[in-house]
Write a protein that binds this ligand. Structure first.
Ligand code: GRG
Length: 304
């Protein structure tokens, strides 16, 4: 599969996740949610974004057994959509004036600029609740995994450490820990959720799941380093990342510790390890094995 093919596959799976999200949000309206709230939720979660987390859920599930049958396929897309809802909530809150104070996201006004801070906060809250509802549909262990990935010992805890890094010097180990929680935990969670689903709805071989978890951890590390590189190298700003000098100034990253080229080398090393980790998984499903390998390369070669 060439680099172009992985983009096409990501686009195709991403479009199916988007249409799943679309119908889930329509259902929220039918359930009585205020239309303006659903509009703000849709604004944040649809219409942009690479769908990396949703694609990871989908690909890991396919690797470990797939989703035979139309209803299973739909359930898998809903699981991927749940990870995108959680991610969408995190981006809304991350852009708020009290957080990164970013005015744009994905090339458009940030949710709080478009809908006001109060509705944006509530749209984030509602997306988070929706994410857990989608996990609960798949099974209790999926909800528990997402709570661990996104809560105090995961993403939100990492964001707290990120704020702390503006007030004192972090060691390299502290930066690694903060990034593993803030960005890595959700990426790792998405891979594990997919593996669990593919391995048989909440079951799955423990060794295979822990191998996938290791792959997800390494991917998350490389993802955040690349994000920081894109921030300072400027390409992302043109495409729509929340390029905001205030937001990035004073924050600890691996680049501030190591410098640009050593940080890039660290990301490459993590990706090489992630790919060799995949060799511990069955190669019976060549297409998805190769997809996860190419996704690893994509993480460090992406332009936004
Ligand atoms: C509870 C008020 C309150 C705040 C919590 C949740 C949170 C703040 C912060 C999470 C931090 C965060 C947003 C981490 C992810 C950083 C990151 C690399 C985002 C970009 O992800 P991409 O490139 O984005 O996958 P797209 O747009 O492609 O979906």
């Amino acid at each position: 599969m060439s680099g172009q093919d992985i983009s096409a596959l990501m686009g195709e799976v991403g479009a199916r996740i988007d249409s799943t999200l679309d119908s889930i949000l329509e259902q929220e309206k039918t359930n009585g949610a205020p239309p303006r709230l659903v509009e703000a939720m849709a604004y944040a979660v649809l219409g942009g974004g690479k769908r990396v987390r949703g694609f990871l859920v989908y690909s890991a599930a396919q690797l470990l057994g797939g989703a035979p049958g139309a209803s299973n396929e739909d359930a898998l897309l809903r699981l991927g959509a749940g990870y995108e809802c959680l991610h969408g909530y995190s981006l809304i809150h991350d852009d708020l004036p009290s957080m990164d104070n970013a005015e744009t996201r994905r090339g458009k006004p940030a949710c709080h600029i478009k809908y006001g801070e109060n509705l944006a906060i509530l749209a984030g809250d509602a997306l988070q609740a929706l994410a857990f509802n989608l996990m609960a549909e798949a099974g209790a262990e999926f909800a528990a995994d997402l709570a661990k990935a996104s809560g105090a010992s995961g993403m939100v805890g990492g964001q707290v450490l990120d704020l702390e890094s503006e007030t004192r010097d972090f060691t390299e180990a502290e930066v690694q820990k903060m990034q593993a929680m803030k960005t890595g935990a959700l990426i790792r969670g998405a891979v594990v959720a997919g593996g669990r689903f593919g391995g048989g709805r909440g079951g799955g071989d423990a060794t295979e799941l822990s191998t996938l978890e290791q792959y997800g951890k390494l991917l998350g590390r490389a993802f955040q380093i690349t994000d920081d590189l894109l921030d300072i190298e400027g390409e992302a700003g043109a495409i729509g990342k929340p390029k905001n000098q205030d937001a990035t100034a004073g924050k600890a990253t691996l680049i501030t510790h190591l410098g640009i080229e050593p940080a890039r080398a660290e990301a490459k090393k993590a990706i090489a390890r992630a790919k060799s980790t995949l060799n511990n998984l069955p190669k019976t499903n060549k297409k998805w094995h190769q997809t996860l390998e190419e996704l690893a390369d994509y993480v460090i070669t992406r332009k936004h």
